[in-house]
Design a protein around this ligand. Structure first.
Ligand SMILES: [Zn+2]
Length: 553
């Protein structure tokens, strides 16, 4: 009998928590669905950073924290931030042809990489001399003009840069073919600023003012150009809630809540973007992660002292879709650093668990030896592991300041960045399973009560068709546009680290090449070979320094 009672007792221990968990999950699933359904509803218009839709989402998240009695971080929930995103043609831009002002936009406009400067003089077709304004055809021929894949802006940039090197005082491009998709001012151009003004004349303007007679001599004309290109400042709002256990270290659980709006920022994958005005609902991306953070906050609060070895900071980022602006800003402005933060977990797109494949991507597993055990806990899933701390979401901002990170992601799908990423497509039961996994990680880490050790991971190359023989080993800050390349992080044991380059330094030249931005930085790298010894010029705290650097063999 004793044996039997013992067995019963044992099975009670085994089964009771499992049964209780099931019941709790139903509540979790219901709440996840309610949160995602609201955040992905039409009324929120795709939660684009800085819009009414984003504000409504922020209101909702704040309300949910308050309902669960979870305090704001440092006494507040909302953390607005400003960032530079894109450029615009400034007032004061003027183009005169033979003293006649043409219409900015319809007739002529500066290219985004143009210097904000004034230039005037005679424009002589086919005369390309130092000190002159150069006149260049945008397209080589009709074929190029009608090829939608021709990267006219990049081509114009390369040719302008060459013209600048050869002493042109300005460059005027013209569209003589009247391309089907007329060139337009690209607000999101990431090409670096040149030192000379560059203006494009549309086909309409070309026909009216520039076109030369079929026969007879080529005639010149005079131009007076004043270019103003402004940077566009935008504002987003992060949210932060906090469970303070008066512990020495804090754990960060985060997810972005912004999405694409109607696709105005050019990051939509909807085939009819630009023609059809449709809400991009962003249910999986990333209402799912937002709802997950709210669930975790609720769970941490309710669990109380059993999760008392750390403080818990819950973050909802905005500006992610535009380039991790919210998380970067929060890390910087709130002084988030590796001395006080134990680790960070990011959830971006956790709502599409496939019940058959059970695929789950786990990123950042190389950022701490502690994550070895975490992988073992994921036996319920078919895990795809990515060791890198750098990835396409907000954990990158924390990894870059030396914090161990984990990134949960249930995988790509057909509705990614399209209006069809809707609430009814989300697998809420699946998401609650992912949440259980995250909770297990959080509880295990809290019990262990040891701050996980940080390890730097290999940088996976991001984009770019060219491969370089050498690398400096820096993570550039792509949002920096004030001349030079600002270092967002340095990789262990690479030339930059050995040379003493630090996060925050601005590289202004490498070898012989002045560095104005990413393009000239890449050009400078392309000129170096493994083993080369050269010099890198940086600005640190406003002071210029020259550091010897040896490229890796
Ligand atoms: Zn996205």
């Amino acid at each position: 009998m004793i044996t039997r009672i013992f067995t019963l007792f044992l099975s009670l221990i085994v089964f009771t928590p499992a049964f209780a968990k099931k019941k709790a999950d139903r509540k979790v699933i219901k709440q996840l669905q309610a949160d995602v359904t609201f955040l992905a509803s039409d009324g929120l218009e795709g939660r684009r950073t800085g819009t009414d839709g984003e504000h409504k989402a922020a209101d909702y998240i704040e309300k949910r924290y308050k309902e669960e009695n979870i305090a704001g971080y440092k006494g507040q929930y909302r953390y607005p931030f400003h960032f530079i995103y894109g450029k615009e043609v400034g007032a004061g831009t003027q183009v005169l042809i033979n003293s006649v002002a043409v219409k900015i936009g319809d007739d002529a406009f500066p290219l985004p990489f143009s210097a904000g400067k004034h230039v005037s003089g005679d424009v002589l077709p086919e005369v390309m001399e130092q000190g002159n304004i150069w006149l260049i055809s945008l397209y080589a021929d009709q074929d190029q003009a009608s090829n939608p894949h021709f990267e006219w802006e990049k081509s114009a940039f390369e040719r302008s840069r060459e013209a600048q090197k050869q002493g042109a005082s300005g460059v005027i491009f013209f569209d003589s073919y009247g391309s089907k998709v007329p060139p337009d001012f690209n607000k999101h151009s990431e090409l670096e600023q040149l030192d000379i003004p560059v203006v494009l004349l549309t086909n309409k303007c070309y026909q009216e003012y520039v076109k030369q007679p079929e026969s007879g001599s080529q005639k010149g004309f005079s131009m007076d150009v004043n270019v103003v290109v402004n940077k566009v400042e935008r504002t987003g709002t992060n949210l932060a809630a906090y469970v303070d256990n008066h512990a020495p270290y804090t754990v960060i659980l985060g997810a972005h809540y912004d999405h694409l709006g109607y696709g105005e920022d050019g990051n939509s994958l909807f085939a009819n973007a630009g023609k059809e005005h449709q809400v991009h609902h962003g249910a999986d991306d990333n209402a799912s992660g937002t709802a997950a953070v709210l669930q975790l906050a609720q769970w941490v609060k309710k669990t109380g002292k059993k999760l008392g070895h750390y403080n818990y900071l819950f973050l909802n980022f905005s500006g992610e879709e535009l380039g991790l602006y919210g998380s970067k800003n929060f890390v910087k402005e709130q002084g988030i650093d590796s001395a006080h933060i134990a680790y960070m977990i990011n959830m971006d797109m956790v709502g599409r668990l496939n019940d058959t494949t059970r695929f789950l991507e786990l990123g950042g597993v190389g950022t701490s030896p502690a994550w070895g055990d975490v992988v073992a806990m994921g036996a319920d899933f078919k895990l795809k592991l990515d060791s890198s701390g750098v990835g396409p979401s907000d954990h990158t901002s924390f990894y870059n300041v030396g914090i161990p990170v984990l990134f949960f992601f249930t995988g790509q799908h057909m509705d990614y960045h399209k209006p069809s990423d809707k609430a009814e497509q989300v697998n809420y039961a699946g998401e609650s399973e992912v949440l259980n996994y995250v909770k297990e990680v959080v509880s295990t880490m809290d019990k262990a009560n040891v701050k996980p050790r940080f390890t730097a991971t290999k940088q996976t190359a991001t984009g770019g068709k060219r491969s370089y023989k050498v690398s400096l080993g820096i993570m550039p800050d792509y949002s920096f546009q004030d001349g030079g390349v600002r270092v967002d992080g340095v990789t262990d044991n690479k030339p930059a680290m050995k040379a003493g380059i630090q996060k925050g330094d601005i590289i202004t030249s490498l070898g012989e090449i002045p560095v104005k931005g990413m393009q000239s930085y890449m050009e400078a790298l392309g000129k170096l070979s493994p083993g080369d010894k050269t010099q890198v010029t940086i600005i640190r705290d406003g002071k210029e320094m020259k550091l010897p650097v040896e490229m890796n063999k």
